[in-house]
Design a protein around this ligand. Structure first.
Ligand code: FDA
Length: 307
């Protein structure tokens, strides 16, 4: 396994320890502020408004995942509907992300389907696009089933995510193709065993470009969700060389990561969206950001040491 991936795996496993969680929750405030828009919907909408002024659109994401009771899943649905209703009144592009386990996927696929359907029924007529985030590999199959079921029911404003680190992804891509999905392509953020995911960052990057070009060649609309300057440069070069217009794809990044690059791409006429998470359940999201970037671990360690 490459050094990058060993680091990530280590951080994600240590972060799962309750004592580490309590320690980080108490001391990582500045890092939280950098990556999370706030705890309330109002704070998230204010951040989205600020991004809009810079030419960057927002993907609003109510933080929360892996719920353990039906009541929690239903409460999340209620708060996501509140988000949909507030967005409907805004003049800017309306776009949210939801996680299947936030809506009870681990309890029952039927429950997640019902709650997601309820969100889409309100979102579609209000012009709100819903992206179904992709979680770790044991949940991929069920997530793809949810996506297909809802598309077959006739919902069109629903997007899916594929992760280039999984060996299975190219097959998933071909299986999804008849649905003409609006595709978000990511490298993948979870701790995965080498039996299911490429153990080497270079292979993950190569697969990312391979899948992205395939999707563009097949005429899909692709959201390239990455901060990687090398991959972004290659996608730009490729689309220009192939005469693929800028309205056939977009770039997505996370709020707080490379904000200047986000604005610069938007100024050049690319569609750019920033993923804007908000809510109280920020810990798992933050640990994935620490796992992606050793500098973030140093910031946490410094604050733990009182620096
Ligand atoms: P990677 O982490 O390999 O970094 C490559 C380079 O990018 C770095 O060398 C550096 O130059 C730059 N960079 C990266 N992070 C930086 C930072 N914090 N500050 C400055 N520069 C930085 N994952 C998933 O499994 N399911 C999902 O549904 C989603 N959804 C999603 C939506 C959006 C909008 C984004 C941007 C990402 C996701 N992800 C995700 C996360 C994704 O899988 C991945 O973990 C992160 O995007 C990090 O990978 P990168 O492609 O940015 O490259």
């Amino acid at each position: 396994m490459s050094l990058d991936l060993t680091y990530r795996s280590l951080v994600l496993s240590v972060a799962g320890n309750p004592r580490v969680e309590a320690l980080i929750k108490g001391r990582a405030r500045s890092l939280v502020r950098r990556y999370v828009a706030g705890e309330s919907l109002e704070e998230a909408l204010a951040v989205a408004e600020g991004l809009e002024r810079e030419g960057v659109h927002a993907i609003l994401d109510l933080l929360g995942e892996m719920v353990r009771t039906e009541a929690e899943a239903r409460a999340f649905q209620g708060r996501i509907l509140e988000l949909v209703f507030s967005l409907a009144e805004r003049p800017w592009p309306k776009y949210i992300s939801v996680k299947p386990t936030q809506l009870g996927l681990d309890l029952s696929e039927g429950l997640a389907l019902e709650l997601l359907r309820g969100i889409l029924r309100e979102a579609e007529p209000r012009g709100v696009f819903v992206r179904l985030d992709m979680e770790d590999s044991p949940r991929v199959e069920a997530t793809l089933r949810l996506y297909r079921a809802l598309r077959e029911e006739g919902f069109s404003q629903l997007g899916v995510v594929l992760q280039s680190y999984l060996y299975r992804t190219e097959k998933d891509f071909w299986d999804l193709l008849p649905y003409r999905p609006n595709l978000r392509l990511v490298k993948g953020a979870y701790r995965e065993p080498k039996e299911v995911a490429f153990p080497d960052k270079r292979l993950i990057d190569a697969e990312y470009l391979h899948l992205g070009k395939l999707a563009l060649k097949e005429g899909l609309y692709v959201a390239f969700a990455t901060h990687d300057p090398r991959l972004i440069a290659e996608i730009r070069r490729y689309t220009e060389a192939m005469g693929i217009p800028k309205d056939r794809f977009e770039f997505q990044m996370l709020y707080g990561v490379r904000p200047e690059a986000q604005k610069a791409l938007a100024r050049e006429g690319y569609t750019v969206r920033a993923y804007v998470p908000y809510g109280e359940d920020w810990y798992p999201y933050l640990t994935r950001r620490i796992a992606e970037r050793p500098e973030n671990l140093f910031l946490v360690l410094r604050s733990l040491l009182g620096g």
